[in-house]
Write a protein that binds this ligand. Structure first.
Ligand code: FAD
Length: 477
């Protein structure tokens, strides 16, 4: 039987990064993966969705090319090729993960992993069943989409992101249930390619958890572009018909009911951990059962996520867990950071994830990025704070390139200058947030950002101007 210092179950951004770091630290490591290396992120999530979003953006550029002085005759798209492009991106990257694991001498074992004991993992492979012995186990099995009671995912009319990411047709009309980041990204894509899109969110705003100014700006933009945004609205049921479905809704403020008919219903209401059995319509998951947690004493919290302590050890010694399977935020970079911290601590190093400094991004247009607290959270915590807001329409680069929507908003503590939160909506927002993340790691105040030379013209000047605005010194506004 093969023997390892560490066996990782799952090769998503949590698992494969943890494995590589562990190998760098001298451990003999195996990664068990039942599907393609790279996990949800590379194969069904972050990467293919961003490829599709880029195609939607390019199509929009073509539709509005007259604004750039460019005329063309006839415009069409082949959505199947859009999906091909996204699959190519996924395949390039999952091969890259395989290469990186090999380069770092990590043994990638294909099959479904299940804990037999704390020191033994069984692997069900296509033709045989093997076992590996291991000193430690790291569970990085990720998450799958949540569905709603009474909603059967049929991959034709009713889908989650797992099906939609492969779907080669643009529906005439779509109801997106859930106005979080996955719902907003798909809403943007389908609307861009000509679907009639309705997005339904139970809470008062899209992108729950975002600063309200940002959510409002996104809602304004979506509505301007023809998306029906129904916030404060509850999904009740779907009545399937031959070619489409009636989606029954209830306005929470007054209980009034309405109906939207659509040829696709996309359920984007969150994700749940792959801890015990979590069946989905994905064929790859049907092959697997639970991962043997009960057998070795690994406990779950009330929401089904694996319980861990500060060193990512589960309730079973020598069994660790990281990434989506241990809870929110369900983000790829958070999973990777936890993977690194977990194995560094196993190796006796000091390591920590700074949960209050993890950026969150939404990649529709306009893009959204956020870090730290929202203005409401800052207010509720009783801070005396300053807000510096700078609209992109006052930034030279944005005006020159025609990307004037949105703003940068920085919130700082009036007495210490600490940057408590930053919220950006607009073109390039997802790249701009890293400046604030580094600033917060270095404990800079808006002053250090404001006195740092920012190249002109760049969109990052809007970050500098927002920092100046917190000091009451914005120059271009
Ligand atoms: P996963 O990536 O879920 O990987 C888990 C792996 O474990 C999978 O490969 C699975 O096959 C394997 N596995 C499970 N059980 C077993 C078993 N028993 N044996 C062997 N292998 C097993 N996050 C971002 O940060 N940015 C984004 O832009 C973003 N966009 C997204 C878009 C979509 C449409 C979706 C669905 C998600 C998106 N996410 C994004 C979230 C991101 O994909 C996840 O947070 C991230 O993949 C979690 O990483 P992980 O390593 O914890 O698990």
């Amino acid at each position: 039987m093969e023997k390892y210092d560490l066996t990782v179950i799952g090769s998503g951004p949590g698992g494969y990064i943890a494995a590589i770091r562990a190998a760098q630290l001298g451990m003999n490591v195996a990664v068990i993966e039942r599907d393609k290396p790279g996990g949800v992120c590379l194969n069904w999530g972050c990467i293919p969705s961003k490829a599709i979003l880029k195609c939607a953006e390019v199509y929009q550029y073509f539709k509005h090319s007259g604004e750039f002085g460019i005329e063309h005759k006839g415009l069409s798209y082949d959505f199947s090729k859009v999906i091909d492009k996204s699959r190519n991106a996924s395949n390039t990257l999952n091969k890259g993960v395989e290469f990186l694991l090999k380069k770092n001498k990590v043994n990638l074992i294909k099959g479904v992993g299940k804990l037999v004991t704390k020191n033994k993992v069984g692997v069900t492979q296509e033709k045989e069943q093997i076992e590996v012995e291991t000193d430690k186990v790291l569970i990085a099995t990720g998450s799958v989409p949540v569905t709603l009671p009474g909603l059967e995912i049929d991959s034709k009319l009713i889908m989650t992101s797992d099906e939609a990411i492969f779907h080669r047709e643009v529906p005439d009309s779509v109801v997106v249930i859930g106005g979080g980041y996955i719902g907003a990204e798909f809403a943007y894509v389908y609307n861009s390619f000509g679907s009639k899109v309705t997005i339904v969110e139970m809470l008062d705003h899209l992108i729950p958890g975002a600063d309200e100014d940002v959510s409002r700006e996104l809602e304004k933009n979506f509505k301007k572009n023809g998306i029906d945004v129904l916030t404060g609205t509850k999904f009740k049921e779907v009545k399937k018909k031959r070619k489409n479905a009636d989606v029954m809704l209830e306005k929470l403020s007054d209980g009034s009911e309405s109906k939207v008919t659509a040829s696709m219903v996309l359920v984007a209401v969150g994700r749940r951990p792959v801890a015990n059995d979590a069946p989905t319509s994905l064929s790859y998951y049907k092959k697997s059962g639970g991962i043997g947690l009960d057998d070795v004493g690994v406990q779950l919290d009330e929401r089904g996520f694996i319980k861990t302590d500060g060193s990512y050890m589960t309730t079973s010694s020598n069994v660790y867990a990281i990434g989506d399977v241990i809870g929110p935020p369900l983000l790829a970079h958070k999973a990777s950071e936890e993977g690194v911290a977990a194995v560094e601590m196993m190796a006796g190093l000091k390591s920590k994830v700074h949960y209050d400094n993890i950026p969150g991004c939404v990649y529709c247009q306009p893009e959204i990025s956020m870090i730290g607290m929202t203005e409401k959270q800052v207010k509720d915590k009783g801070y005396e704070y300053s807000v510096g807001k700078f609209p992109f329409k006052a930034a030279g680069k944005a005006v020159g390139t025609g990307e004037t929507e949105g703003f940068v908003k920085i919130i700082s503590d009036k007495s210490t200058g600490e940057i408590l939160g930053a919220h950006i909506i607009g073109h390039g927002a997802t790249e701009l947030i890293s400046e604030i993340a580094v600033g917060r790691t270095l404990e800079t105040t808006p002053l250090e950002i404001a006195i740092t030379s920012h190249a002109h013209p760049t969109l990052s000047e809007a970050v500098m101007e927002a920092a100046l605005a917190t000091l009451g010194r914005a120059r271009n506004m």
